[in-house]
Design a protein around this ligand. Structure first.
Ligand code: B1M
Length: 216
């Protein structure tokens, strides 16, 4: 198979043996981020489709996710860092309560961290209490919540309600992202009911440009 196909297959098959050799070879011709975005994420997309249509069972999805994580970890030191941009702001990042998906959140972490932001990544399944607490403790400038499950979109709505009732809505602009969200849900529905700032980011790059706007 050609290299890109081989890498995609590794994600789909959850096959780690030889992964690093293939990634090193890919790095000869492509920047690390492009490998993630154009090749590996395509593989994860196929995994999602196979799982969604019942052609792939959960333990195999987990294996694919682990290969994906290993690949991102291997590529991370090769990613471009914007050294002159520093101290642009501090953001608390979490996957919301009841949700374990963290590959996207961790990509957002990498992209923001490489471009001048300090990210306090508090992990998965985080209740709003823990998110607000981390924001207070670290004097964050913004809060980012990720969630991939349809039910996480409801959790995010509840989280905003909780932020409003705790009086911290004006303090922390919120960025939301994850596969089950839509721009319309965030920017029409949620925004119209919320007194604070709430934004949608389709991917990690939009997350960065959004933060750059919010922080200025
Ligand atoms: Co899950 N899972 N999963 N899963 N899983 C989905 C989300 C699903 C769509 C698959 C499907 O059915 N086709 C489906 C949800 C359906 C729904 O809610 N209606 C699903 C399901 C059902 C489940 C379980 C319930 C399965 C079960 O147990 N029966 C279970 C849930 C457990 C739980 O959360 N309580 C479960 C478990 C798992 C694994 C553990 C096996 C594994 C996750 C491992 C891990 O993350 N550590 C997993 C995986 C890998 C997936 C799919 C296949 C791939 C997700 C992924 O990593 N994509 C996924 C299919 C899909 O998404 N279509 C699926 C790559 C990643 C980079 O994309 O996270 O979307 P994503 O991030 C993007 C953008 O969304 C954005 O930026 C990234 C790109 O740059 N973004 C942000 C994300 N967060 C952001 C935050 C921001 C800004 C942008 O600012 C704060």
């Amino acid at each position: 198979l050609p290299l890109e196909e081989r890498l995609k297959r590794r994600i789909i098959d959850g096959e780690r043996n030889g992964l690093e050799d293939d990634l090193l070879e890919a790095l000869q011709t492509e920047p690390a981020l492009a490998i993630v975005n154009d090749v590996l994420l395509d593989g994860m997309k196929t995994v999602g489709e196979l799982f969604g249509s019942g052609q792939m069972q959960l333990p195999f999805v987990l294996q694919s996710a682990e290969v994906m994580k290993a690949a991102v970890a291997f590529l991370e030191p090769h990613m471009e860092k914007n050294e002159d941009e520093e101290g642009k702001g501090r953001i608390v990042l979490a996957t919301v309560k009841g949700d374990v998906h963290d590959i996207g959140k961790n990509l957002v972490d990498i992209i923001l961290s490489n471009n001048g932001y300090e990210v306090v990544n508090i992990g998965i399944k985080q209740p709003i209490n823990a998110i607000i607490e981390a924001a207070e403790q670290h004097q964050a400038d913004a809060i980012g919540m990720s969630g991939l499950l349809v039910k996480s979109t409801v959790v995010m709505k509840e989280n905003l309600q909780e932020m409003a009732s705790r009086g911290v809505a004006a303090k922390y602009p919120v960025m939301l992202g994850g596969a089950a969200l839509t721009r319309a849900y965030v920017e029409d529905d949620l925004r119209s009911q919320y007194e604070g700032e709430v934004h949608y980011a389709r991917d990690a790059f939009e997350g960065l440009s959004l933060m750059d706007k919010v922080m200025t």
